[in-house]
Write a protein that binds this ligand. Structure first.
Ligand SMILES: [Zn+2]
Ligand SMILES: [Zn+2]
Ligand SMILES: [Zn+2]
Length: 325
């Protein structure tokens, strides 16, 4: 399995609109960060790019140059709670049917091409797909419903138009309820819509489940006062927007090849890990490699990385890594 980082920035993205700080003004493409998202894929190489870090260091990153950043309704950095949606409309069940345990395998018919999935879907999702070569998608995992993690969900509709199938979206019930409220038009679309509405197949995650050949383990963590999910797929784990990783979840993280871990900035924050806290968790979890994600413009890429032990690196948009079995 390969992992491609589609976005590695916090809710404002980097550069922040209107900011003239050294990081936002930096010519280093690694300091330009889309909102969060990661692409998991297997089979033939999708991008044709050099999978080594050196190859990527030489690659130009252009995604953010084309994006101006869109407003978030409630973004992670605000620390404000989202009100779970209660507007589940009649008709939603025709395309949204939570499956307790979410054990279904709906993608075996596409296995020869290799599975393709994403975790979290930001406003820059479409541009990141174009930049990184993501052309098809089998399913999506959502950690939680803060705006910077779900604002791009409308752009999933192209995949359903191509395949004729609703897109499976896996998360906890709280997040799925929020998706039903935020994207209510997708569950009860007006007949006069010309461009088509997205089709979501919402699937509640209540434990370990399998999609194709991938074993997916939900990782309950605390995002300030809110319980949200990380995910482990094989020997890769993605834990963003976290303040506390409970012991019961730490016990699920043995033997990781790669851990992607929240690291907002050096200063403490009420709903995210600081740099020191992220390093402490990385040393405790002991993945072979840890990549820091969800950074603000207070962390310059090279300066931050130079102070880290070699097994902890700073992720950047477009970084593509092979996960060992
Ligand atoms: Zn800045
Ligand atoms: Zn958040
Ligand atoms: Zn976030």
């Amino acid at each position: 399995m390969r992992v491609t980082f589609l976005g590695t920035g916090t809710s404002h993205g980097i550069p922040v609109i209107g900011c003239t700080c050294a990081v936002c003004a930096s010519p280093n493409p690694k300091n330009r960060r889309n909102r969060i998202g990661v692409w998991l894929h297997e089979g033939p190489a999708h991008t044709g790019r050099d999978l080594t870090e050196k190859g990527h260091a030489e690659a130009k990153t252009s995604a953010n140059a084309k994006t101006a950043g869109s407003a978030s309704h409630v973004a992670c950095n605000d620390g404000a709670p989202i009100i779970p949606g209660s507007d589940v409309r009649p008709g939603a069940e025709t395309i949204a049917s939570p499956i307790p345990g979410a054990a279904a395998d709906t993608t075996s018919d596409r296995a020869p091409q290799g599975l393709s999935a994403v975790i979290d879907i930001s406003s820059e999702f479409r541009l990141a797909c174009l930049d990184r070569g993501l052309k098809r998608l089998d399913f999506a995992l959502l950690t939680h419903a803060h705006s910077d993690h779900v604002s791009g969900l409308d752009d999933l509709r192209i995949f359903s138009q191509t395949t004729g199938k609703a897109m499976p979206i896996y998360s906890d019930n709280r997040t799925l309820e929020d998706i039903r409220a935020r994207f209510a038009y997708a569950f009860n679309p007006p007949k006069e819509y010309g461009g088509g509405t997205p089709q979501y197949d919402l699937r509640e995650v209540t434990g370990v489940f399998q999609v194709g050949g991938w074993r997916i383990t939900p990782l309950p963590v605390m995002h300030g006062p809110e319980p949200i999910l990380g995910f482990r797929i094989g020997n890769f784990a993605f834990i963003t927007d976290v303040t506390v990783i409970p012991e019961s979840t730490l016990a699920l993280l043995d033997g990781l090849d790669v851990l992607a871990l929240d690291c907002l900035r050096k200063r403490p924050h009420s709903t995210h890990l600081s740099l020191d806290q992220a390093i402490a968790y990385a040393k405790r979890i002991q993945a072979r490699r840890t990549y820091l994600i969800h950074l603000t413009h207070e962390l310059e890429h090279e300066e931050t990385e130079n102070d880290l032990p070699p097994e902890i690196r700073v992720a950047y948009d477009g970084l593509e890594i092979e996960i060992a079995d």
